[in-house]
Design a protein around this ligand. Structure first.
Ligand code: FES
Ligand code: FES
Length: 154
């Protein structure tokens, strides 16, 4: 086991982890942050996406011991029940979250996009979420929701 200090959603977590433990396992199983979803574990579905220093990263392919110095954001750090993030509000309004399994990763991927490009066109939005699979929506409501959140943020 190796010591590691993780910075997640503005809080520090000191823990001991096995060198082969993935960030996905640590988030869900050691820290109870189950908003990050466990999909294929092969880097193909995108459901496990978190932000590391503002960039979308697949937590199933990331070793926990490698990200000790980084700022990690998970869906638990984005908005709250009382004050949802504008992206979360737009996803609800446009029916962009149906079963919801892809939604945390979609929201985080969209947030990273809008943080670097506040007014993306629809093609850019579709490209940004291309690594995130959704089996329910057909993607159009997701693209519309992200575009609406971008418009509303001015
Ligand atoms: S669970 Fe990580 S890409 Fe599918
Ligand atoms: S809303 Fe069900 S997988 Fe996207």
């Amino acid at each position: 086991m190796e010591p590691v200090t993780l910075h997640i959603n503005g809080a520090r977590h000191r823990l001991f982890v096995a060198p082969h433990r993935t960030l996905l396992e640590t988030l869900r199983e050691d820290l109870g942050l189950t908003g990050t979803k466990h999909g294929c574990e092969l880097g193909e579905c995108g459901a496990c996406t978190v932000l590391i220093d503002g960039t979308p990263v697949l937590s199933c392919l990331t070793l926990t011991v490698e990200v000790g110095d980084a700022e990690i954001e998970t869906i638990e750090g984005i908005g709250s029940i009382a004050r949802p993030h504008p992206l979360q509000q737009a996803f609800a309004r446009f029916g962009a979250a149906q079963c919801g399994y892809c939604t945390p990763a979609m929201i985080l991927t969209a947030k990273a996009l809008l943080d670097r490009d506040p007014h993306p066109d629809r093609e850019t939005i579709a490209e940004a979420i291309a690594g995130n699979m959704c089996r329910c929506t057909g993607y159009l409501p997701i693209v519309r929701a992200i575009a609406a959140a971008a418009e509303e943020s001015g």
